[in-house]
Write a protein that binds this ligand. Structure first.
Ligand SMILES: [Cu+2]
Length: 151
């Protein structure tokens, strides 16, 4: 991600340099300068969107299970305790082949990952008012679970 960001910044820098040169020239080249600026904006926006999608976002929930006997759900980097009703992208990071991620609640019974699975998996879930439980099925009885409230 860092190399990509660096390249994007370099491109912006080059584009700005060209723009400055164009603006410094005669009046006829000002249109070209504007075009360059627009292209730069588009690239910068694309980079931001990609970054935002990967890190947070109001309609994204993150789930994490393993590598130890821990499971959690967070929103915007904070432990999710109350969440607004709506449709979410649930991004689960399964860090162990001994645990899974299972979300249970009103209208939802979603085994996002299986026990042997290790890696990232995303699902779309629609959350309604009520209490949702996320758990690792083999270890839920040992406390490897949690809840959050949807209102
Ligand atoms: Cu487990």
């Amino acid at each position: 991600m860092t190399p990509r960001t660096t390249i994007a910044l370099l491109l912006v820098g080059v584009a700005l340099a060209f723009g400055a040169v164009a603006c410094g020239g005669d009046d006829n080249s000002s249109a070209g300068g504007e075009t360059t600026t627009e292209a730069t904006t588009t690239e910068a926006t694309t980079t931001e969107e990609t970054t935002t999608g990967e890190t947070d976002g109001s309609s994204t929930l993150k789930g994490e299970t393993g590598p130890g006997f821990t499971i959690e759900v967070s929103q915007n980097g904070q432990d999710a305790e109350t969440v607004k009703a709506g449709t979410y992208t649930l991004e689960v990071e399964d860090k162990s082949d001994q645990h899974n991620f299972h979300l249970i609640g009103p209208g939802v019974d979603e085994k996002v990952t299986d026990v042997p699975f290790v890696g990232d998996k995303s699902v779309t879930v629609t959350l309604q008012k009520g209490t949702y439980t996320y758990q690792c099925d083999p270890h839920a009885s040992s406390g490897m679970k949690g809840t959050f409230t949807v209102n």
